[in-house]
Design a protein around this ligand. Structure first.
Ligand code: FAD
Length: 297
């Protein structure tokens, strides 16, 4: 299904991100989670793509399985770092044959020390977007409209481009190359999101913007997030509420879910086009947020 049809149907798209696990136990957890998520009728579910290569085939297998065995709309992430055009074409053909109508097009991150130019046929995500657009049309995906293409946005900036005006130009280049929507990096400060969304509009970026939300559920998870999403602001009031719960795992989880719920409520109040939950393959936090918000369940 094309994202334009999904967004026409759902006033606010609500979606989940999964990752392909590396262990048998991880797969069991994931399939249990998928069974619990399906009745929530998400607008779509996305599946991450291991930039390092180890889980890439698992992404394809999971996406195809979701398409065949569930009513969920799978959207595979696809990173171009280190890929040749022929490799990307083969992946897109696999998705087209299996009725997958959309892709989240990303650059991915080079292993530290690697030279971007030396590895693969694509330098930036915008190059991948243009390629996917042409291939999707050639393959007749979505009745000839091509793949629905999502791209990444960074409300608090991307570490490689300190100049925030230039960064918006790079985001606009992805939209001009054919991106249909933007999914953001996780954030905890809604003011940063609202301001960035307004700046996108001023820069002529008019495609729907879907907000990425990840509830903090453990103290160690917070540290991992700070590492993974470099540059993300952790507001003092969030840190204070986590600190007050120190030593009490249940209280930390409650505080983190409360914060994410308030973020979602504010986003809905401010007419966000969609919320994308980074689930880490677990259901509890997202389901609790759903219940509290009174959105479809
Ligand atoms: P780009 O848009 O290419 O941008 C990367 C950097 O290059 C930016 O600093 C940008 O400003 C700069 N740039 C862009 N164009 C130019 C230009 N013409 N000249 C100079 N500089 C330029 N990673 C994975 O490995 N697997 C995943 O599944 C995955 N999923 C993600 C999902 C979301 C929603 C998000 C937000 C990120 C995800 N990532 C994933 C991480 C992502 O691949 C990295 O953050 C990467 O560093 C940026 O990817 P991008 O697609 O935004 O790249």
């Amino acid at each position: 299904m094309h994202i334009a049809d999904i967004l026409a149907r759902d006033a606010t798209s609500l979606s989940f991100e999964f990752f392909p696990p590396k262990t048998d136990a991880g797969w069991e957890t994931l399939y249990r989670s998928i069974a619990e998520f399906e009745p929530l009728k998400p607008s779509f579910v996305s599946v991450t793509y291991g930039a390092g290569g180890s889980t890439r085939d698992n992404t394809h297998a999971l996406v195809v399985r979701l398409r065949r065995e569930t009513a969920l709309e799978p959207v595979p992430h696809l990173t171009c770092f280190g890929h040749t055009k022929d490799e990307i074409r083969a992946i897109l053909e696999l998705y087209a044959v299996n009725g997958v109508g959309g892709v989240l097009a990303l650059r991915g991150d080079p292993p530290s020390g690697a030279r971007i130019l030396a590895l693969g046929d694509f330098r930036h995500a915008a190059d991948l977007v243009g390629f996917i657009k042409l291939e999707g049309e050639r393959l007749g995906v979505n009745d000839g409209r091509g793949f629905a293409i999502g791209v990444a946005g960074f409300p608090e900036g991307h570490p490689e481009t300190p100049n925030t005006l230039v960064q918006l130009e790079h985001l606009k280049a992805k939209v001009d190359a054919g991106a249909d929507y933007i999914v953001t990096q996780l954030f905890f400060d809604n003011h940063a999101f609202h301001d960035w969304r307004a700046r996108c509009d001023l820069a002529g970026i008019k495609v729907p913007i879907i907000a990425g939300i990840m509830p903090i559920t453990t103290g160690s998870g917070l540290k991992r997030m700070a590492d993974l999403a470099a540059g993300t602001c952790f507001p003092a009031s969030l840190l204070k509420s986590i600190q007050r719960c120190r030593g009490n795992a249940e209280a930390i989880e409650n505080a983190g879910i409360h914060w994410a719920t308030e973020q979602c409520r504010d986003l809905l109040d401010n007419d966000v086009r969609g919320i994308h939950f980074y689930t880490l393959n677990k259901t509890d936090a997202t389901k609790r947020i759903y219940k509290t918000l009174g959105v479809r369940a």
